[in-house]
Design a protein around this ligand. Structure first.
Ligand code: R5P
Length: 271
């Protein structure tokens, strides 16, 4: 069985191949002049590695899986997972459809920090790996405090902080009166501290930028952002630096300039 790298995850696929001691298989991905994708895989069995960070990534991944007789799908960033239920009548449950497309073509689907347990519930053969320990280890020995932007992400920051060996907290909303809501860390005083906001995904950057604004308002010395999936849509990185974010640290589930932590070994151990 060989590793088939999709165009969305060329480096990570090669790192996984190296870590697992598996060869890279032959495959061609190209685009016709009208924009349609062409995929050719010169293998019968394979582990297809490709994040879904665009519609095109999804098509490339599904086409490659479809060629193989025995396939595993490694989807380091599982896009479409935020549409994990019907929020408004008539909506497609995107991740349910993606799960069907993947699982009808792959014997197993491996991903990293899928957005929610609701999203994971649409799969029947999913292995969901946790990269938060790796995010934590990146900060080991650094005098930082890790903050989750909300209570929902608390478990993630708790895991990262355990591996960093640092304090952690989450932002809590408190209603002061009928018109005022205060958002602050639940217990920790961030004044004069180097803070790292930890989240699973940074997409538009709105969540992190707003959290950074509050933390600087409370006297934080510096605010950085760490995440698993640096989707960074709509010039999010510029938005974050304009909000005073000192640094962005992410894994390579979405390959970008901020991918300083690799999930290759984690994936290699699980395929
Ligand atoms: C929300 O549930 C997630 O954990 C992230 O906080 C969210 O996806 C970030 O989105 P954005 O960067 O667009 O604010």
């Amino acid at each position: 069985m060989k590793i088939i790298p999709c165009p969305s995850s060329p480096l990570l696929a090669r790192r996984v191949a190296e870590a697992a001691g598996i060869e890279i298989g032959g495959a061609v991905f190209k685009k016709f002049p009208d924009g349609e994708l062409y995929v050719r895989v010169m293998e019968k069995e394979g582990v297809v590695v490709g994040s879904i960070n665009s519609n095109e990534d999804l098509v490339a991944l599904i086409f490659a899986l479809d060629v193989l007789e025995n396939a595993k799908a490694v989807v380091p960033y599982m896009g479409y997972a935020r549409q994990d239920k019907v929020f408004q009548e008539g909506e497609a449950v995107s991740i349910k459809i993606v799960a069907e497309m993947l699982e009808s073509r792959a014997d197993e689907v491996v991903t990293v920090n899928i957005h929610s347990s609701d999203a994971a519930s649409h799969f029947s053969k999913l292995k969901n790996l946790d990269a938060m320990p790796l995010v934590g280890e990146y900060f080991a020995g650094k005098d930082v405090v890790m903050i989750s932007p909300d209570k929902g992400s608390m478990e993630r920051v708790k895991t990262a902080a355990k591996h960093a060996g640092c304090e952690w907290d989450y932002m809590e909303k408190r209603r002061i009166d009928a018109t005022t809501v205060e958002i602050t860390p639940k217990t920790i005083d961030v004044e004069g501290r180097d803070v790292v906001i930890v989240d699973d995904i940074i997409s538009t950057g709105g969540t992190v930028a707003e959290t950074a604004r509050i933390l600087y308002g409370l006297g934080a010395k510096s605010v950085s952002a760490a995440c698993v999936h640096a989707v960074l849509a709509e010039n999010a990185a510029i938005k974050l630096f304009n909000a005073g974010i000192k640094d962005i640290i992410s894994t390579d589930t979405v390959e970008c300039a901020f991918s300083r932590i690799s999930v290759a070994e984690l994936i290699a151990e699980n395929i």
